[in-house]
Design a protein around this ligand. Sequence first.
Ligand code: 1GP
Length: 252
Amino acid sequence: MSLFDKLLKIKDEKGAGFFLLLDPDRVDRKRLIDVAENAEAFGVDAILAGSSFVSTANFGDQIKAIKSSTDLPVIIFPGGSGQVSRDADGILFLSLISGRNPSYLIEEQVKGAPLIKAYGLEPIPTGYMLIESGTMTSVQYVSHTLPIPRDKNDLAMAHALAAQYMGMKMVYLEAGSGSSKAVPESMIKAVASYCDLPVSVGGGIKRPEDAASRVSAGASFIVVGTRLEFENDYRFMAEMADAIHTKTGSPV
Ligand code: 1GP
């Protein structure tokens, strides 16, 4: 079974999937290993690893450390073509479709594709959409793109449908890491009911109720980074999993 099919199965069986995002640039090795070792027991379904801006020289080693500490799928969530590692299971093959910067629409993809093939990573073609969240986020700054205004559901819907028609397998609605406002439920509902692709939602999801309301709006996968990156708060991780897994109840 492909990695993508495994993710769809998780969504079908549990109601939605819980992706933990670890930023190899921000989190030290000891913490990465600790959280990767414990994530499965506390309800995480897959680990995403990546950053909009990586300054560590040890990206590959950090991915290797995560992969050797867990049986969960490890999926690279890259900020650019430099973030490809042979030690992951797959990679979100992102195109920043909310923007009009060719570097992030196609150029980084062309640079990264041969390495993805050489490493045997499964690419998951993903239409990545930045959604305005009140302040300028790192992705916005680094990519030189404007986010979709948070009250313009019609724009988000049209972008998602274009992603579907271009053959992408998923859309990702991104409010930005650490943002004060998560993607609005009404936009998730509009996008999920308009296109046939599974919808991942991340950025600023800090409470189980934030996650639950986005799953009930139609999100297939919830991404949580900042709130779980630095604290050994496994009780909270389990509560988050419980809120996301609407079909299974508490994982612990
Ligand atoms: C960012 O969507 C992810 O790319 C996760 O965001 O760090 O705010 O949880 P947070």
